[in-house]
Design a binder for this molecule. Sequence first.
Ligand code: CTP
Ligand code: MG
Length: 189
Amino acid sequence: MPHHRSVVEIILPEPSLVVLIGAAGSGKSTFAARHFAPTEVLSSDRYRAILAGDEADQSVTKAAFARLHRDLTSRLLAGVLTVVDATNVEPSARRALLVRARTAGVPALAIVLDLPDTIVLARNAARRPRTVDESVIHRHLARLRRSLDGPGPGLGTEGFAAITTLHDPTEVDQVVIRRDPGPLSPLDR
Ligand code: CTP
Ligand code: MG
């Protein structure tokens, strides 16, 4: 039976932390490029490229995330909306982001690309110049499943102000993102 889902609308308070969650190949960077300015997006692959000249170089993962976390803290303390483009399928990876949002007093929102495994694997296989090892993608998909369906406490208990889970490419394509600047400050009136 076909699904008849209505268009998903995501309302982002400004500022906020937007955490993209999804396996390699699920379309996080594509989504980020479509909906956000390049300067709003902190991408783990981009930091790998900056540090090692290669966005796939896993040997600099630790340093890449150290920089990403540092810049995230700076941006959130400055009160600017920031998107983290990394797989974020591990609870510990999300925790490192959530703690920084909390410190800055900024809400964190999750956008989950929970696409069918077959689509993620096919996109990865078609990818040039770089495909990710399939075993890695299977691991990401399993970690994501566990975060969404348990066992364990799960995404809903981690401290996100809102979680939007997108289940198929059509739903992802149709998402509408609105920004909520919040109440006008007295200086704006
Ligand atoms: N893609 C697609 N249609 C979409 C979204 C993505 O065909 N609606 C393709 C992209 O062109 C790319 C592949 O799927 O070749 C993976 O998309 P990408 O946005 O790069 O996925 P990420 O989740 O960012 O993957 P990674 O974690 O490895 O960076
Ligand atoms: Mg990407």
